[in-house]
Design a protein around this ligand. Structure first.
Ligand SMILES: C[S@@+](CC[C@H](N)C(=O)[O-])C[C@H]1O[C@@H](n2cnc3c(N)ncnc32)[C@H](O)[C@@H]1O
Length: 280
């Protein structure tokens, strides 16, 4: 039966809190987040998920207060009608221009410009183009694609955004993997929308793969990257590049220490907001 209501958290907080709140909302399968100055509207498709967010946010807030958070936080759980939700949620998703040639669109956006279109159904998996770490990777893929690489491996593909962009930028062989079944389902849907059917999408971790790639990209977390780094190196072709992201700026030294321990001292660092990307 078609649901006619949705639930959302109407939250006011200082800008320091936006990052942990967004991460929490993503981990609880929020359907979308709208941010206007210090107000965040966090949408959920069912009441239980919204309640769970409320509960976990109370705990998160307590931990942050113990860590010295002083800013005021206020939130309430609200109910709305689906018709309005669609309109308001869709309005919160804006086209994102990335680098010199890409634009990330939702299926309902129309665009007549010259940029290469990557269409992503939002809310199904991480990777809508709204997050800095995704954009860091996209910009590096775009930059490296001018060297005409033949192949790319996307480790942790989420929505499939990096793999789809890579293929549309002319990379012929693109393999994308994720350990999460729902991410693979989302990536398959996005691959169909973009008509980039040649991307090979597999639910797997890098240890299951063979072969070599000119570019290996992994937008994970610092822990995730260090955990699979040996595999990323094994899958890289001689003279190829590894693009890493998902690292907070304050983790830079830890990451560089780790890379030094792996004998790597040549890299290009790029930063966006609180996030860091690295090309080796
Ligand atoms: C931050 S999202 C990145 C999504 C997309 N690539 C982007 O750049 O926006 C990380 C993804 O990596 C997946 N992941 C985490 N560890 C992984 C691993 N060891 N192997 C494959 N996928 C992994 C997660 O399930 C998640 O979908």
């Amino acid at each position: 039966m078609k649901r006619s209501f949705y639930w959302f958290i109407d939250l006011y907080c200082s800008s320091d809190l936006k990052e942990p709140v967004t991460a929490l909302a993503h981990s609880l399968n929020s359907s979308g987040i709208q941010i206007e100055n210090n107000r965040m509207l966090i949408y959920f498709q069912d009441h239980d998920s919204a309640m769970q967010f409320s509960l976990m946010f109370s705990r998160l807030k307590k931990e942050l207060v113990e860590l010295g958070l002083k800013g005021q936080v206020d939130w309430s759980l609200k109910k709305g009608e689906f018709q309005q939700w669609n309109r308001s949620w869709q309005k919160s998703i804006r086209p994102v221009e990335v680098g010199r040639s890409l634009i990330i669109l939702a299926p309902w956006h129309s665009y007549a410009g010259k940029r290469v279109r990557v269409i992503i159904e939002p809310g199904m998996a991480f990777g809508t183009g709204q997050h800095e770490t995704t954009r860091l990777c996209l910009e590096e893929i775009e930059r490296l694609s001018s060297r005409k690489p033949m192949s790319l491996l996307d480790v942790g593909t989420g929505s499939g955004i990096l793999a789809i962009a890579a293929m549309k930028l002319g990379i012929k062989k693109v393999v994308a993997i994720d350990i999460d079944h729902d991410a693979i389902k989302a990536a398959i849907k996005n691959k169909e929308i973009n008509k980039t059917g040649d991307i090979l999408l597999v639910q797997a971790s890098p240890s299951a793969l063979k072969g070599h790639f000119d570019i290996v990209v992994a937008n994970l977390t610092l822990k995730g990257i260090t955990g699979v780094f040996k595999e990323l190196k094994r899958l890289l072709d001689k003279g190829g590049n590894i693009i890493l992201s998902g690292i907070l700026i304050e983790q830079e030294h830890e990451l560089l220490r780790f890379l030094a321990s792996q004998g790597i001292s040549e890299y290009r660092i790029i930063k966006k907001g609180k996030w860091l990307g690295l090309t080796l």
